[in-house]
Design a protein around this ligand. Sequence first.
Ligand SMILES: Nc1ncnc2c1ncn2[C@@H]1O[C@H](COP(=O)(O)OP(=O)(O)OP(=O)(O)O)[C@@H](O)[C@H]1O
Ligand SMILES: Cc1cn([C@H]2C[C@H](O)[C@@H](COP(=O)(O)O)O2)c(=O)[nH]c1=O
Length: 188
Amino acid sequence: MYVVIEGIDTAGKSTQLELLKKKLPTAIFTKEPGGTPLGIKLRAMALDGEAKSKIAEMFLFMADRAEHIEEVIKKYKNNTIISDRSMLSGIAYASTLSIDELINLNLIATNNTLPTHVILLELAPDELKFRLSQKENDSIELRGIEYLINIQNRMKETIKRLNLNHIIIDASLKIEEIEKEIEDFIND
Ligand SMILES: Nc1ncnc2c1ncn2[C@@H]1O[C@H](COP(=O)(O)OP(=O)(O)OP(=O)(O)O)[C@@H](O)[C@H]1O
Ligand SMILES: Cc1cn([C@H]2C[C@H](O)[C@@H](COP(=O)(O)O)O2)c(=O)[nH]c1=O
């Protein structure tokens, strides 16, 4: 089982992953970007905002993804894998290119490996604004509310186009309510 937890910045992914770690002690927990030794370097390069070209930035994330699929997802394919982000983020955040172009590129990077379960935490604009105001923002978060809501819409559209097994959860529900929805979806 290859489960991915998705959502725009501050949607509550890390909060839910911490709860899942306690419930699934034998599962492999991983993340994109930065789930491998090479990925840690690529993550720093992608997030420091140095890339002037949006295409260069996208390829940094794609290189991370290709390494992650090879070194983690395929290697541990007989285990339960829970990943913080996936190619869905790759397709959604690279918003200067079309979803169709990005699906093709990402299927190359992932060698056609798709998640078996997608959990999308969906944030309303007001809640996103509040949560971003509560933290120091990185170069991507500084792009603002409108940018991030567009990314969230692209995530939903990509899930539809790839016909992925998924659940969309209102990220403003109580933490325990979200936890229960995730548990039911994974165990179904
Ligand atoms: N259900 C919730 N209701 C209210 N606040 C929440 C909820 N879940 C998480 N939060 C809060 O929202 C903030 C962002 O949560 P978290 O770090 O889990 O998000 P994230 O999706 O991992 O973010 P990022 O992608 O930016 O790392 C934290 O302050 C967290 O305590
Ligand atoms: C995989 C991926 C991620 N991003 C963005 C999304 C976030 O702003 C950061 C990752 O940080 P987090 O701690 O996981 O929230 O990078 C992106 O732009 N493109 C991607 O492919």
